[in-house]
Design a protein around this ligand. Sequence first.
Ligand SMILES: *Cc1c(COP(=O)(O)O)cnc(C)c1O
Length: 238
Amino acid sequence: MRARAALASLTRDKAVDMSISDNLADILARIQAARKAALHSAPQTRLVAVSKTVDEAGVRAALAAGQRLFGENRVQEALGKFPALKAEFSDLELHLIGPLQTNKVKEAAALFDCIETLDRAKLADALAAERDRSSKCPRLLVQVNTGEEPQKAGVLPNEAGELIAHARNLNLPVTGLMCIPPHDQDPAPHFGFLAKLARDHNLAELSMGMSGDFEMAIRFGATSVRVGTAIFGERIAL
Ligand SMILES: *Cc1c(COP(=O)(O)O)cnc(C)c1O
């Protein structure tokens, strides 16, 4: 009985791994197709595989399929999964896509290759102080709250210029912008707005688009899309 149960769970895990690899191939093909169809696609569009709530076996399945760029939204959860994987896969790249508290800056600067959620001057100050202390500084994207939603992280659109200037004055490596459009709205105007804001500030990177709207984001010039559910399956709510 026990052997049969073990076998059943083994086959199930294998099936999950295979669907992760199939899903990845499917998303990569859809990214290429959307880029071809777009009038103004970016020079490249990278896939950030969003692995929040996904266990290490799931991340390993994606790694086995060739995926090397991952996104996590919580520092603590990422610390539990990624230090060992980064030691094992030297080309693994990790992005923070969730809000960052200043008391986690030290750990975040050591673990992440890019922080996509710079959204306030105080956080820029803390990142600069950590850079001066440890010489560690991930690449940074400024998260813009394009929908001006009170509960959502991100700098307000009319304050974005000031924050970008502040970070640049501190010599922080700000390379682009990120947004999460409101759930209940057409994302297109938000993507268009973010693209224009990036052009106005001479920023090359645009992180926008998730499972439900990444093809639309590519039409507006996304240089990276953040896809979770469509690769790893539905998340169990935390
Ligand atoms: C969870 C998350 C995603 C991925 O969302 P899916 O709809 O599962 O693709 C993208 N960006 C951010 C900031 C997220 O928190």
